[in-house]
Design a protein around this ligand. Structure first.
Ligand SMILES: Nc1ncnc2c1ncn2[C@@H]1O[C@H](COP(=O)(O)OP(=O)(O)O)[C@@H](O)[C@H]1O
Ligand SMILES: [Mg+2]
Length: 315
């Protein structure tokens, strides 16, 4: 059997929190505390959970944006968590990212043509300038943007179009895995659906694997193969989509699902968040002791739709 495309084994990332006199280390944030999962080629794994539970930290660890505290990240059989800067180059091409906010991830001074040409040149994926041009034009077709927009700059596009540019830039590197960190969370509902559909089409076309990070279970319901539910830096449940949405096992998954809005008017789900979170904290190895002292509490509700007023953060 071949190795999975991505293997994350007992990943930990603890951030020091500095405070007091001379900004000494006063405590730690256990942002990710023993997370393990695999992503197969061509698969979508969704990482869901409330804000602050450690999803982006997992994504950043895979992208090697910082050194991890413990554990292993293995890409196609090769450990990447301890690679040297030279070794990281190849890995950077194979794993790309699309962030939530295209405005801050696209250079406002660059034209789309140059934004898309940059990774092609940097990774030596074209032999001549003419080939770069051809590839850039083809990328615009791939993400369904008009070719005549190549000379425009990011601020001349709508939010959804800018996210298409980010996707095109990720594809320019010919990756095998794209980490989508809240990639559609800031978009309007209809645009959200368009971008999700585009990602699904691209996955089919290029055999891409997606690690789809979202605080909102509703978004991933129709597009993911498997779901990993994170809570306080750990994965509490991981299962195929069907099972998560029809027969969730963990109380926290049930709580997240109860916060997903129901389309029919009047058929509201009953939020079960407050009670469930206290069960979750009690079921942590040390009964949740220390979580409010050593670890910053997750902020906000279970999702943007969580029932306001029914639940404060678990204490
Ligand atoms: N660079 C950092 N320094 C200190 N704490 C951090 C840092 N990055 C993230 N954190 C903390 O780690 C926890 C998890 O953050 P994050 O992974 O961004 O959560 P999510 O993406 O699920 O909202 C949060 O409590 C956050 O405040
Ligand atoms: Mg995040």
């Amino acid at each position: 059997m071949s190795a999975p495309l991505l293997l994350v084994n007992d990943l930990k990332k603890h951030f020091p929190v500095r405070g007091g006199l001379f900004s000494r280390k006063s405590s730690w944030v256990y942002a990710v505390d023993g997370v393990s999962f695999e992503v197969e080629r061509g698969e979508t794994l969704s990482l869901v959970g409330e804000s602050g539970c450690g999803k982006s930290t997992v994504g950043r660890a895979i992208l090697r944006l910082f050194d991890i505290t413990a554990g292993q990240v293995v890409l196609d059989g090769q450990r990447i968590d301890d690679l040297s800067p030279e070794g990281l180059r190849g890995m950077r091409r194979r794993v790309q990212v699309v962030f939530q906010d295209p405005f801050s991830s696209l250079n406002p001074r660059m034209r789309v043509r140059d934004i898309l040409a940059e990774p092609i040149r940097n990774f030596g994926l074209a032999k001549s300038s003419a080939e770069v041009e051809t590839r850039v034009a083809a990328l615009m077709d791939t993400v369904r943007l008009p070719r005549d927009a190549l000379n425009r700059r990011p601020h001349e596009f709508s939010g959804g179009q800018r996210q298409r540019i980010c996707i095109a830039r990720a594809l320019a590197a010919e990756p095998e895995l794209i980490v989508c960190d809240e990639a559609v969370s800031a978009l309007d509902v209809s645009v959200k659906a368009q971008i999700v559909n585009l990602l699904q089409d691209l996955q089919q076309e290029f055999g891409l694997a997606l690690l789809f990070i979202s605080h909102d279970l509703a978004i991933v319901e129709h597009m993911t193969h498997r779901v990993a539910v994170m809570y306080l830096g750990k994965i509490v449940e991981m299962a195929p989509r069907q099972q998560i949405f029809t027969a969730p096992k963990h109380p926290y998954t049930k709580a997240l699902l109860s916060a997903v809005p129901v389309p029919e008017p009047g058929a509201a789900r009953h939020p079960i968040i407050s009670h469930t979170l206290s069960i979750c904290v009690r079921s942590l190895p040390n009964g949740g002791a220390g979580t409010s002292v050593d670890r910053k509490r997750p902020v906000g509700g279970v999702s943007s739709q969580s029932a306001a007023g029914t639940a404060g953060p678990a204490r």
